[in-house]
Design a protein around this ligand. Structure first.
Ligand code: UDP
Length: 138
């Protein structure tokens, strides 16, 4: 799978980080082949994070992800999933490598600025969750 789903989460949009994040994606050489701004409703956010439905942080995560607009993107390039996750950094900004988006811009383990698919299967599920094939420019 050479495609991945990236999301600039509500804190990233609210804090004016869209341009900085897109700049890093382009500098890494990943191609943006789909992009849309939207505000997720509860049903969409719950479906997207279905695998986490029994986790203690689920309710708060859904509140956060529906709290404001997000930017949805499909990124393409060799090894796109790992390259985007490397740019993002670890889930908890305090544990993320220096220089990563989450280390530099994340507020806490929940409000961590960005999302990226973590496997080929999840990338396929997540891209299809938000984009039709005809929405992508390949
Ligand atoms: N999350 C949270 N508390 C936790 C772990 C995760 O609020 O203890 C949130 C956080 O926003 C994270 C998302 O749930 O990005 C999905 O968690 P996952 O473990 O899949 O992390 P990711 O793949 O986003 O790094």
């Amino acid at each position: 799978m050479n495609k991945t789903l990236a999301i600039i989460k509500p804190d990233g949009v609210a804090n004016g980080l869209i341009g900085e994040i897109i700049k890093r994606i382009e500098q890494e050489g990943l191609k943006i082949i789909g992009m849309r701004m939207t505000q997720l409703d509860r049903r969409q956010a719950e479906g997207f994070y279905y695998v986490h439905r029994s986790r203690p942080f689920f309710h708060s995560l859904i509140e956060y992800m529906t709290s404001g607009p997000v930017v949805l993107m499909v990124l393409k390039g060799p090894n796109a999933i790992d390259r985007w996750r490397t740019l993002m950094g670890a889930t908890d900004p305090r544990k993320a490598d220096p220089g990563t988006i989450r280390a530099e811009m994340g507020l806490n383990i929940e409000r961590n600025v960005v999302h990226g698919s973590d496997s080929g299967d999840s990338a396929m599920y997540e891209i299809n969750y938000f984009f039709k094939g005809s929405d992508l420019v390949e």
